[in-house]
Design a protein around this ligand. Structure first.
Ligand code: ZN
Length: 195
């Protein structure tokens, strides 16, 4: 297992719609294991594969002791919303804003062995699923902000020196991604564009 480098906003992989997983082999098992270890290392609530440079539809989650992963997730959201809660994102360090999310969701998909899975979620877990699933469609939570929050977020992102953060992170986690999913072919893009 390995701790992977987390991609920061500005990296094009975060804006790319991820591809479905078709091969449930040892490489996928390694990816899920590495993502889980990385998520634990940074004490994250969730991690989507594009965040470590792999454009595949995979995310891991860890909320209130409930930990897992979903391959090729499909969400069925409730019609109503939960109360807004502040979200952050490992790919947008230092920022947090309240985000509107559906109250509940049911995620269906597959586990690492290709077995179908289905998880019903409310509250924080439902929020996490929606946040991570957005990553697989190239969407960041700041895209979902409106009004003054959106302006403030875009301003912060513009002013942040994410290039130096990326360098620090890279130095701190000087290990190779070593993925044959093609993740290492994505370099750091222009910093500070929130799209
Ligand atoms: Zn995120």
């Amino acid at each position: 297992m390995a701790i992977l480098n987390i991609r920061i906003i500005g990296d094009p992989v975060l804006r790319t719609v991820a591809d479905p997983v078709t091969d449930f082999g040892p490489e996928l098992a390694k990816l899920v294991a590495d993502m889980t270890e990385t998520m634990e290392d940074v004490d994250g609530a969730g991690l989507a594969a594009p965040q470590i440079g792999v454009s595949k539809r995979v995310f891991t989650y860890r909320i209130d002791g409930v930990e897992g992963h979903i391959i090729n997730p499909v969400l069925e959201n409730s019609d109503d919303f939960q109360s807004d809660q502040v979200e952050g994102c490992l790919s947008i360090p230092g920022l947090g804003f309240p985000v509107r999310r559906f109250r509940a969701t049911r995620v269906t998909g597959f586990d690492v062995n290709g077995n179908p899975v289905s998880v019903e979620a409310e509250g924080l877990l439902a929020r996490c699923f929606q946040h991570e699933n957005d990553h697989l469609d190239g969407i960041l939570y700041t895209d979902r902000l409106e009004g003054e929050d959106r302006k403030a977020a875009l301003r912060s992102i513009r002013n942040a020196n994410y290039d130096s953060i990326t360098e620090q992170t890279t130095t701190k986690r000087a290990r190779t991604v070593g993925s044959s999913f093609g993740g290492s072919s994505f370099g750091a893009g222009a910093a500070g564009t929130a799209g």
